[in-house]
Design a protein around this ligand. Structure first.
Ligand code: 6R9
Length: 641
C-alpha cells in the first residue's frame, strides 16, 4: 500500500460536554454511553432487537435479528420483517402532528422560503406516488432523481420508497455524461428533474443536461419536470417529458404504502472508488433506516421541537441520512437549503466550518444571534484542530457541543463520533465508535490488527452493523473485492486513522486513490479515464494535492501526443474535458504537461512520487523500482515553474 504512517496526535485540550449540550439528553452520562456501547458489542442481537422495535413501525415484526458475515458478503438484518420507510418518515408523524413543520425550505435568494407541514408533505408524496404507479413504476424499479434542493426532491425520494421503487439521486453538479452512466447502470426508465436550478445566483440547466444525457438512452420513457424557475425556453419532448405540476396535482392524496421486506433495497447512490467507474452503493430498507434514525437521535441529541439544519445536498449520502431519513424518521423539522455558503455573502452558511469562511473574518457570525444552537456538526473530511477551535469558539460561543462525525456512503450512517450530550471532545478527533461499531486498526502490509493505544493503521470495522451497504448494484463481485478481500474478516474503509492515548480515533484520510475535494469523493482513475477522451492526451496521471481551502485539489500530469501544440490551449482543453465527463465538481486546479511519468520497471505509474513532488518534498524514499530516475528532476522543474 502506497502510504506512510503518521504520528499519533498528542492533545491535552479536552472539552467536557457543556450545559447546553446536555439539554433533554437521551444519555445522562459518559458512563451510560460506555455501558450501552459495551452491551451493543457484547450482545448485538439483543441491543438491535430492542432498538429496532422502539424506533421503527413494522407492518410485520421481524423474528430474526441478523445473519451473514463479511466473509460471505451476505449481510442481512431483520430479514423476515416488513415495513415501509416512507410510512416511518411521514405518515406516522402526519397522523400524530399534522401541522408540525416538516420542511423549512430556504431558496437561493434570502427572500425565498417556505414551510411545509407533515400533512402537506404526506399529501404531496401520495400524489406523486399515485402518479408514478399510474405510469407503471413498480416495486424494485430504479428511478433517477436529478434535482435542486427543493421540497419536490424530498417528495420524489419518499414517493419512490412509498411504492417500493429504488431511488438513485444524482447530484446536480454532475455532467450529462456522468448522469448518463448512472441512468444506464441502474436502467432507470423514469427521471425526475427540474427545469433549472439556481445556486449562488447561477443557473444550472438541469433539464437540458437530462436531455443530453438520455439522447440515446431509449429505455427512459418518462422525464417528470418540476417548474422551478419557469424559464420559457425549456423544450418538452412529446410522449416523454411531462410537467410535474400538470400531472401530479390532479392525483389523489391518498395512497397506501407498499409493505417492503427489510432487505429490499431502499436506494442506490453512486460513489467513487479507487478504480474505474463509480459504484452504485446499495442500501436496504430496515437496517439503513434504523441506523440513520438512531445516530441522528443520539449524536445530535435530538429533542422534540428542535429544528435540524444539515446543509448537505441530497445528492450525497449526508443528504440522504441527515437531511431526509434520520431526521424525518424521528419526526423532526428539517431545513432544506438550496444555496451556497457564500451567497449573497459569507454570512449565509456560517454554520459550516470552512477555512474560506474563516478567512472572511469573524464579523459575519458575530452579527447573528446564534443562541438557539446546541450542537454543531462536521463531516466529510478531516477537520484540523484550528478549524475545530474556530467553529467551537466563534459559532458555538463555547456553549455548544461540536461533533466531528466520521462515516462513508457505504456505512449508511455515522460510525465514529462524539455523542453530543456526553462525550468529552478533543479538537480534531472523531473520538469514539457509535453503538454496534467495533473499529480496528490494521497493519497495512500484514493485515494484522494493531492493539493498544497510541497507534496508527488502516481503519477497518470488525463486524456487521445494520446500515452497512449490502451490495454494489449489479456487481456483487465488486462489492466483495472492494470491501472484504484485502483484509479478510473485516470491512475495509479505505481510510487510515490513529488511536491516541485515550483510545480516541483521529481520521487521517484515504489510503487508496480516492481524492477528497471539499468533501466530494472522486477517484484518480475516474479522472484519468476522462482524459483518455481528450485526443491530444497520450497518457495521464492524476493525484490529490493538499489544498488550504478544499482539503485536496485535483492535479493532472499529462503527456501530450504532440508536444509542439499550444500548451495553454492544451491545459484549458484538459480542464474542459474533465468537466464535460464528470462535472464542475471535478475541475482540475493544476495541470502539468510533462515529457514522461515516473513508472516502475513493470510500467506502473508511481503516484506517490508525484504527490511528493507537488508538495515540495525532497526525500523520495526508496527509488529502486523507478525505471528512469531522471524523470523526477524533469517534473520538478515543470512543477516549480
Ligand atoms: C459522509 C461522507 C467518505 C470519506 C471517508 C473519509 C472522509 C468523512 C470524515 C472524513 C475525516 C471525518 N470523511 N467524514 N474524514 N473526518 N469526520 O463524507 O461520505 O462522501 O462517502 O466520503 O470522507 O475519507 O472515507 P463519503
Amino acid at each position: 500500500m502506497d502510504f506512510e504512517m503518521e504520528d499519533v496526535p498528542v492533545c491535552d485540550v479536552i472539552y467536557q460536554p457543556t450545559e447546553k449540550a446536555k439539554y433533554n439528553a437521551h444519555l445522562s452520562s459518559f458512563d451510560e454511553y460506555k455501558k450501552l456501547y459495551d452491551e451493543s458489542i457484547r450482545d448485538p442481537e439483543s441491543f438491535w432487537k430492542k432498538m429496532a422495535h422502539e424506533t421503527l413501525s413494522w407492518d410485520i415484526p421481524f423474528q430474526k435479528v441478523s445473519s451473514g458475515s463479511f466473509q460471505d458478503a451476505n449481510i442481512k438484518w431483520f430479514e423476515d420483517g416488513y415495513l415501509n420507510a416512507c410510512y416511518n418518515c411521514v405518515d406516522r408523524h402526519a397522523n400524530k402532528n399534522p401541522n408540525k413543520v416538516a420542511i423549512y425550505w430556504e431558496g437561493d435568494q434570502t427572500s425565498e422560503s417556505r414551510s411545509i407541514s407533515y400533512l402537506e408533505m404526506k399529501n404531496e408524496i401520495c400524489r406523486l406516488a399515485n402518479y408514478l404507479e399510474s405510469i407503471g413504476v413498480k416495486k424494485g424499479d430504479c428511478v433517477a432523481i436529478y434535482m435542486p434542493m427543493i421540497p419536490e426532491a424530498v417528495y420524489a425520494m419518499l414517493a419512490c420508497v412509498r411504492i417500493g421503487a429504488i431511488h438513485s439521486v444524482v447530484f446536480g453538479g454532475f455532467s450529462d455524461e456522468a448522469l448518463k452512466d448512472r441512468i444506464i447502470d441502474a436502467k432507470c426508465r423514469v427521471v425526475i428533474t427540474a427545469d433549472e436550478g439556481v445556486r449562488g445566483g447561477k443557473v444550472i440547466h438541469l433539464k437540458n443536461i437530462v436531455d443530453q444525457a438520455i439522447e440515446s438512452v431509449e429505455f427512459v420513457k418518462t422525464v417528470l419536470v418540476v417548474k422551478r424557475t419557469g424559464e420559457p425556453s425549456i423544450q418538452m419532448k412529446a410522449d416523454r417529458d411531462v410537467w410535474y405540476h400538470e400531472k401530479v396535482s390532479t392525483q389523489s392524496k391518498d395512497h397506501k404504502p407498499v409493505s417492503m421486506n427489510s432487505e429490499d433495497l431502499l436506494f442506490i447512490l453512486y460513489t467513487s472508488g479507487s478504480t474505474g467507474k463509480p459504484k452504485g452503493v446499495a442500501h436496504s430498507t430496515a437496517g439503513y433506516l434504523l441506523y440513520a434514525s438512531l445516530t441522528f437521535k443520539y449524536v445530535f441529541n435530538y429533542a422534540e421541537n428542535d429544528i435540524f439544519g444539515c446543509m448537505a445536498d441530497v445528492g450525497w449520502i449526508t443528504g440522504h441520512s441527515y437531511v431526509v431519513y434520520g431526521p424525518l424518521c424521528n419526526g423532526a423539522t428539517i431545513v432544506l437549503f438550496d444555496s451556497t455558503p457564500f451567497y449573497p455573502d459569507a454570512s449565509r452558511y456560517w454554520q459550516v466550518v470552512d477555512k474560506a469562511l474563516r478567512k472572511a473574518g469573524d464579523a459575519f457570525p458575530l452579527k447573528y444571534d446564534l443562541s438557539s444552537l446546541r450542537v454543531l456538526g462536521s463531516v466529510g473530511e478531516p477537520i484540523n484542530p484550528e478549524a475545530w477551535q474556530w467553529y467551537y469558539d466563534k459559532i458555538g460561543r463555547n456553549k455548544c457541543a461540536l461533533v466531528d462525525t466520521y462515516w462513508q456512503t457505504e456505512t449508511g450512517g455515522i460510525v465514529i463520533t462524539p455523542i453530543s450530550s456526553v462525550t468529552p471532545t478533543k479538537p480534531g478527533a472523531a473520538t469514539l465508535p457509535f453503538f454496534g461499531i467495533e473499529p480496528a486498526l490494521l497493519d497495512p502490509h500484514s493485515g494484522h490488527e494493531i492493539s493498544g493505544n497510541g497507534v496508527c493503521g488502516v481503519l477497518a470495522i470488525k463486524s456487521p452493523w445494520p446500515s452497512i451497504t449490502r451490495t454494489v448494484y449489479g456487481d456483487h463481485e465488486r462489492y466483495k473485492m472492494t470491501y472484504f478481500t484485502q483484509y479478510p474478516g473485516y470491512y475495509f474503509t479505505g481510510d487510515s486513522a490513529a488511536r491516541d492515548s485515550n483510545g480516541y480515533y483521529w481520521i487521517r484520510g484515504r489510503v487508496d486513490d480516492v481524492i477528497n475535494v471539499s468533501g466530494h469523493r472522486l477517484s484518480t482513475a475516474e479522472i484519468e479515464n476522462a482524459l483518455i477522451n481528450y485526443p491530444e492526451c497520450a497518457e495521464a496521471a492524476v493525484i490529490g494535492k493538499p489544498d488550504e481551502i478544499t482539503g485536496q485539489s485535483i492535479c493532472v500530469f499529462c503527456i501530450l501526443r504532440n508536444p509542439n501544440i499550444d500548451k495553454e490551449k492544451a491545459k484549458t482543453d484538459i480542464i474542459k474535458q474533465v468537466r464535460k465527463s464528470i462535472g464542475p465538481i471535478a475541475t482540475p486546479k493544476s495541470v502539468y504537461l510533462v515529457p514522461d511519468l515516473p513508472k516502475t520497471r513493470s510500467g506502473k505509474i508511481m503516484r506517490r512520487l508525484l504527490r511528493k513532488i507537488v508538495s515540495g518534498e525532497t526525500n523520495f524514499g526508496d527509488l529502486t523500482t523507478l525505471s528512469d530516475p531522471s524523470i523526477i528532476n524533469k517534473i520538478n522543474i515543470i512543477v516549480s515553474q
